[in-house]
Design a protein around this ligand. Structure first.
Ligand SMILES: *Cc1c(COP(=O)(O)O)cnc(C)c1O
Length: 462
């Protein structure tokens, strides 16, 4: 009998339990994603958007770039659709194609893709798969127009495919998109391509730089300026005879906090996964969101070491008393940030840095301890500050690195806690989690239709 901090005791069918056991034999760590939580987070975001009666037709895009922030592209996309999203968005065009190839047709979702090298991106495939395309450079306009012509020429009497174009405008992020001068220069060309039936200018869009810091007045001002510039672009487009139906600007932060800029479409990413964009905004719970991913691992070693033992490379953590040291068999090669290593004053750096948190189940209940010493490639060590024997901690116990945060009582860390230890943001914690850690899905049968279920790897369901 091993202690289990995962709380996973119930499986709906023996097959699901067998999948779980197989995954544990394959790898000593698992990332468990609750599809019901993803669906509920999306539902909540849709409700927030619908509550704003001044903009009754706002749609919601589930941003599923980067393998759905590490949660798994197709399962997450399907859960987002189950929660009421009508759009999906990916940065890389490859991921947009994967969604269509998996079976998510135009009848289920519009898909927008935005990062691309216009000379290499397979515009023809994107057009045939009815994927909306962002353009933010003159090169992209020319290349996309060429592809649209080719695709239309080979249509052979079928309904001609028109490129659904979202014009990206630079409102103050300093990244993608046309400046106002550039837009004025290309607007006649866009209009011409639209008149020719090659383009439909579907969208005007931009991205906010500092929407996640509502308490910093100069950032609030900067967001106001971005909004103003966004409106200016609309005026300029209008003057050139272009009136995009879908204007969109809001990420999660603005979806949660700025209903006045929901416009026709909002693009939440991190909120779908259950996190607020920045802990400065508060906790996920305050926003009605719940983290969907749990990362757990099985202990590979438990032993007693004397006082003065250096743990891991560089002796940056040295035990102060006799204690139990345990090994968690995941490391930076799994995407566990090395910057979440733990130092103590007895160690070579003579300074304290609290490492990433891990929760253990003990005879006395859940207990949080922190990474002690440097995180290695495939493992890290934790000083239990006590006796494993007395705590009831053994090799093979399941420990949890982060999860949905089941309250103070369970003292369960979230990716925000790991982000704090690693001096980064929660986004980087889950997107960096490597795919050698199996992704397992809870509640698939209750969230997805039979048809959608068939799109998933059946062995990934638990
Ligand atoms: C990633 C991304 C989003 C989602 O941002 P969140 O902060 O995760 O909500 C929205 N729009 C664009 C263009 C993005 O790249």
């Amino acid at each position: 009998m091993t202690f289990d901090a995962s709380g996973l005791t119930h499986f709906d069918t023996p097959e699901l339990q067998a999948n779980y056991e197989r995954a544990r034999r394959r790898y000593p760590a698992q990332a468990i994603v609750d599809l019901a939580t993803l669906r509920d987070n999306m539902r909540h975001l849709v409700e927030i958007v619908n509550a704003d009666e001044s903009q009754p037709h706002t749609e919601v895009m589930g941003v599923v770039k980067a393998d759905a922030y590490g949660h798994g592209l197709v399962p997450t996309a399907l859960a987002a659709l189950a929660g009421g999203a009508t759009w999906l968005g990916t940065a890389q065009s490859h991921e947009a194609l994967v969604l269509r190839e998996a079976g998510i047709g135009l009848d289920r979702a519009r898909i927008l893709t935005w990062v691309n090298d216009p000379y290499e991106v397979p515009y023809d495939e994107l057009l045939r798969q009815h994927i909306d395309i962002s353009v933010g450079t003159i090169d992209a306009i020319h290349e996309l127009a060429k592809a649209a012509e080719t695709v239309q020429r080979s249509a052979h009497g079928e309904e001609p495919i028109v490129a659904h174009v979202h014009v990206k405008v630079e409102t103050g992020f300093g990244r993608n998109g046309f400046t106002l001068d550039q837009l004025d220069a290309v607007a006649p060309l866009l209009k011409e391509l639209q008149d020719k039936g090659l383009f439909e200018i579907t969208g005007q869009w931009s991205h906010l730089a500092v929407a996640d810091m509502p308490d910093t007045p100069e950032f609030v001002d900067e967001t106001e300026q971005q909004i103003q510039r966004f409106e200016e672009f609309t005026e300029h487009m209008k003057a050139a005879g272009i009136e995009p139906k879908m204007r969109h600007l809001a990420n999660t932060a603005a979806t949660l906090s700025r209903p006045n800029i929901h416009f026709d479409l909002v693009r939440p990413g991190v909120g779908l996964y259950g996190y607020e964009p920045d802990p400065a905004m508060g906790t996920p719970e305050q926003y009605g969101l719940k983290p969907a991913m749990t990362l757990q691992a099985q202990l590979s070693s438990v032993k007693t070491v004397p006082a003065g033992t250096g743990l891991s490379y560089g002796r940056v953590y040295v035990t102060e008393k006799e204690t139990s040291a345990v090994i968690v068999p995941v490391g930076y090669a799994d995407g566990i940030h090395r910057s979440a290593s733990g130092f103590n004053e007895a160690g070579a750096r003579k300074e304290q840095h609290l490492g990433g948190p891990v929760v253990f189940m003990t005879k006395q209940g859940p207990l949080v301890r922190h990474v002690s010493g440097r995180i290695c490639m495939d493992q890290f060590i934790i000083d239990l500050h006590g006796s494993a024997e007395e705590l009831g901690i053994h090799v093979g116990d399941t420990v949890q690195l982060f999860g949905p945060g089941r309250g103070q009582e369970f003292c369960e860390p979230t990716a925000d806690d790991w982000a704090q230890a690693a001096d980064t943001i929660s986004y980087e914690i889950y997107t960096c989690l490597r795919n050698r850690v199996p992704r397992l899905y809870r509640n698939a049968a209750s969230v997805l239709s039979e048809q959608d279920l068939a799109m998933l790897d059946p062995t990934s369901l638990i």
